[in-house]
Structure formats: C-alpha cells, structure tokens
Design a protein around this ligand. Sequence first.
Ligand SMILES: Cc1cc2nc3c(=O)[nH]c(=O)nc-3n(C[C@H](O)[C@H](O)[C@H](O)COP(=O)(O)OP(=O)(O)OC[C@H]3O[C@@H](n4cnc5c(N)ncnc54)[C@H](O)[C@@H]3O)c2cc1C
Length: 348
Amino acid sequence: MHVFIAGAGPVGLSAAIALTARGHRVTIADRAMGVTSESRAVAVNHNSLGLLAPSGVAQAILETGETVRTVRIMKEDALLARLKVPGQDRRWPTMVALPQSETERLMETAFERIGGRVMWGHSLVTVSQTQAGVTATIRADDTGAETVIEADLALGAEGTHSVTREALGLRFEGRQLPTTWSLADITCDWPFAEQACAVISDEGTINFLITLGNGRFRAIGNHPDVLAVVESMMRIEEVHWSNPFTVQLRVASAMGKGRIAIAGDAAHSHSPVGGQGMNLGIADAYAFADAVDAGDLAPYMAERPGAARRVVARTDRAYRLLSSTSKGARIARDTLLRSAGFVTRLLV
Ligand SMILES: Cc1cc2nc3c(=O)[nH]c(=O)nc-3n(C[C@H](O)[C@H](O)[C@H](O)COP(=O)(O)OP(=O)(O)OC[C@H]3O[C@@H](n4cnc5c(N)ncnc54)[C@H](O)[C@@H]3O)c2cc1C
C-alpha cells in the first residue's frame, strides 16, 4: 500500500515507522522545517514503549530518558505521601520522562534508518478520495509550489488544527476547560529525593513537577502562574521555556471516512493529567498500521473513538477529583493519592 501521512509529529512519525517497517510505501509531509524544539509531552508510557520496541526507538528512549521511580505528593507545604511508581523495573517501564523534542528526534532517526524521509516544509492544502484511492495536495512553504500525491490511503496527523479533519467534514466535539493553565521548563535547586512532585491544595490548584534529566524540570499547573508556586518551594536558576495554555476536552465525530483516517491530536484532546496525549496518539498510529496491513480501515474507525473517549473521560474524572474543593471529595482524593495504584492508573 502507498500511504500519505500529513504531519510528522510523534503520531505521524510512529505511523511512518510502523508502515515502512511492514513494507508499505510512505509519503509523509510536515509544514515545519524539522522536529519540534519544544519539550511538550514529557511522559512516554509502557504501552508506547512496547509499540515502539521493534523500531529500536523504545530502547533509545530508555537510554536517553529518566525512569521516574518515586513521586512526592504534597498538600500545600505538608507531605502527603511518597510513592514508588510500580513497574519501573520492567523491560518497558510504566513511564519514562523525556522531552517530546527528543522523542521525535529518536523517531526521525529510526525512520531514516529504514529508508524513510520526511518532506519538511510542506503543508497539506487539501485531501480527497475516490473509491480507488486518495489525492493529497501539498504546498512547499518556501516556493509555494504545489505537488499532487496519489496514494491508496491517507492519515491526517497534523495535530489539533487538522486540515484532514476539516476536509472530511468531521466535527471536533467537546468543550474547553474554563481556566488558563501554565507550564515551564526550568533549572532549579531541586530539594527533594523524589524525581517528581505533585502539589495539591484545598482551593483546587494542582501543580506537577517532573525531571527532564540534565538538571531540568517541567512544571505544570492548572492556573496561570506555576512559576510562583515553584518559587515558593525552591530557587529557580533559569526558565528555559514557559507557556500558558488552555485545555480542550474533545473527540472527533469519527476517526476518518473511507480511505482517509485521522490520529493523535487531530482526533482527540484531553486534560494533561496523567500525560496521556502523545501516548494515546502513538497507540492510534500503530492501530492504523495494523488496519493498513489488514487492508481494511473499518476496525480502526470503529475501535479508536472508544479508546479516545475512555481516556478523555478517565483523565477528566481524575482532574475533577484532584482539583475538587468539596470536603467529601477532598478526603477521598487525599486517601487515593496515598495509593501507588491510583498514580499508575493515571499514567497508563
Ligand atoms: C505547549 C504544549 C505542551 C504540551 N505538554 C504536554 C504534556 O505535558 N503532556 C502530554 O501528554 N502532552 C502534552 N502536549 C500534547 C502533546 O504535545 C500532543 O498530544 C502530541 O504532540 C500529539 O502528537 P501529534 O503528532 O498528534 O500532533 P503534533 O505533535 O501537534 O504534530 C502535528 C504535526 O503536524 C504538522 N502540521 C500541522 N498542520 C500541518 C499541515 N497542514 N500540513 C502538514 N503538516 C502539518 C505540525 O508541524 C506538527 O509537526 C503538549 C502540547 C503543547 C502544544
């Protein structure tokens, strides 16, 4: 099969690796000039590592990333629990922390090793299909020259503002959470023995800090000023990147139509609690590759919306519990947070 992929983020690259390794021809185009330089998703979970193992990417992630073994849970200034993350000694641990920029770099290297090449600097303009195949028009961003690509199937993995999703007329159903969140990558005087730390409060704020390796940490909060919270706990030496953002809870009305599918952020968006965004998309990519192998995208279109809805619902439930301000829910939350099982269920 000849498959056209729009978008070479972690999801497009995963699909490209899986399909090329299985003998399919892949044309993959991305409007950026190379992989992202932003750290974005920092958690690669057990499931993603298992899927990426045959390509060698999982091993490379393990060698480059940080296997977070313990998490400190605090309620404001008070220590609530010190949790050992279960399953971190398995061949593919429960979770490895690595900036997305590094994960994408390792994926691109693996793709090139098997003969692949991303057409960087090429934006998808439109995509359409007939019963016989798909036609994608891409535009070179420097010259404006358009190229028409004929393929058997197409995958839209261009993230939240997916041209493919629009071209298929699919709705992106859901809502935006009312608060502005903030994240920052910092170098700091990390005062704890644990490699990650969650700080909750009875006012509903959540802050999460996790190692990125090389003395760097990611801080994320469900309010506009996570740096102020970090500063109250430790000395910040340098802020490398900070970004306010809003959280969308959305699932596309379908994972595609006919010969054209969508995957990753093009198809779903949810609360960052549990770090599932990129991992769910990698699972989509491999499910898509299985469907291409079987010569039928119908199982992909039938099964993946359920997986997306489950993650959106689960992470939203966890978020509402963690940020709860009612007395009963706070007691339940504080009890659950002392259980390593709760943390694992969030991560995988
Ligand atoms: C600031 C930020 C912080 C984040 N933090 C976290 C986090 O802490 N934890 C977590 O789990 N997730 C996080 N995420 C989400 C995570 O980055 C995504 O879930 C993940 O990147 C999804 O991968 P994707 O390949 O589907 O989409 P993307 O990574 O968005 O990749 C899409 C690719 O498509 C390309 N593209 C877009 N339009 C076109 C077009 N028309 N033609 C061709 N190419 C196109 C883009 O250049 C990009 O390379 C964060 C995201 C952002 C933006």
